[in-house]
Design a protein around this ligand. Sequence first.
Ligand code: ADP
Ligand code: ADP
Length: 229
Amino acid sequence: APIFSARDISKVYTSGEVEVKALAGVDLDLFAGEMVVLLGPSGSGKSTLLNIVGGLDRASSGTVRFRDEMISDYPEWKLTRYRRAHVGFVFQFYNLIPSLTARENVALVGAISKNPMPPEEALEMVGLKQRMDHFPAQMSGGEQQRVAIARAIAKRPEVLFCDEPTGALDSKTGILVLEVLCRINEELGATVAIITHNADIRRIAHRVITFRDGKIEGTEINQQRLNPA
Ligand code: ADP
Ligand code: ADP
C-alpha cells in the first residue's frame, strides 16, 4: 500500500476577484522508500500539491490519506502534529536562523520531536561534521542547504519533501546536495519527493511525474534505477 494517497485534488487560490486554478483533479500515490521527482513548467501546480500532501496547505477538494489516516479531515492542530512527527521539508532558500550555529539550528528540531537524531549525527550524514560550530553566514550556499537538510532529517521523518532544493546552487554544488538526498533515501529509507528542473535528479529518481496546467501529464518509471544491472 502507498504511504500517501491523494485523490482528486483540486486547488483554487482566490485573491480578491481573481481565481487561479492551481490543481485540477490530481491523483498521487507515494510509496515507502521511493525517490520521486516532480517535473513540469513553473506554475503547473507542483509546489501546491506537495504542500497539500505535506500538510502545509489544504486542498479546495479531494482527499489525502497518510497510511490509515485521512489527514485532509484533520483540524489544524492535528495537521501540525502530523507534520512534526512524519514530514521533513527542504526549500530553495534555507531558512536557517542566522544567530545560531549549524548544530544549534539542527538541535532546535529536537525540541518538538519525540525521538530526534543528535544534531551531530544529522550533520555528519550531510557531510558537515567539521562545520558544526559555524554560523550560516560563514558557510556557502550548498553548505547551508545541507544544514537545512540535516535539520529536516533530524526528526527522522518518513518522508522528505524538497521544493527546488538545488534551485539556488551552481550545478557542481547541486550534485553534492543530490548525493546527500540519495543517501537519505537509501540509508534512512525515507521516501523523498523532489520538485526540480535539475536533469541530474531525473537520473537518480525511481519515478518521474510530469505536471502541466494543474494536472499530471505522465509518470515515467526509471527501469535502470529499479533494476540496476
Ligand atoms: P509550480 O510549483 O509548478 O511552479 P505552483 O504550485 O507554485 O506551481 O503554482 C500553481 C499556480 O498557483 C500558479 O498559477 C501560481 O501562480 C498559483 N499560486 C501558487 N501559490 C499561490 C498563492 N499563495 N496565491 C495565489 N496563487 C498561487
Ligand atoms: P513546525 O514543524 O515547526 O510547525 P512547519 O511544519 O510549519 O514547522 O514548517 C516546516 C518548516 O518549513 C519550518 O521550518 C517552516 O518555517 C518552513 N516553511 C513552511 N512553509 C514554507 C515556505 N513556503 N517557504 C519556506 N519555508 C517554509
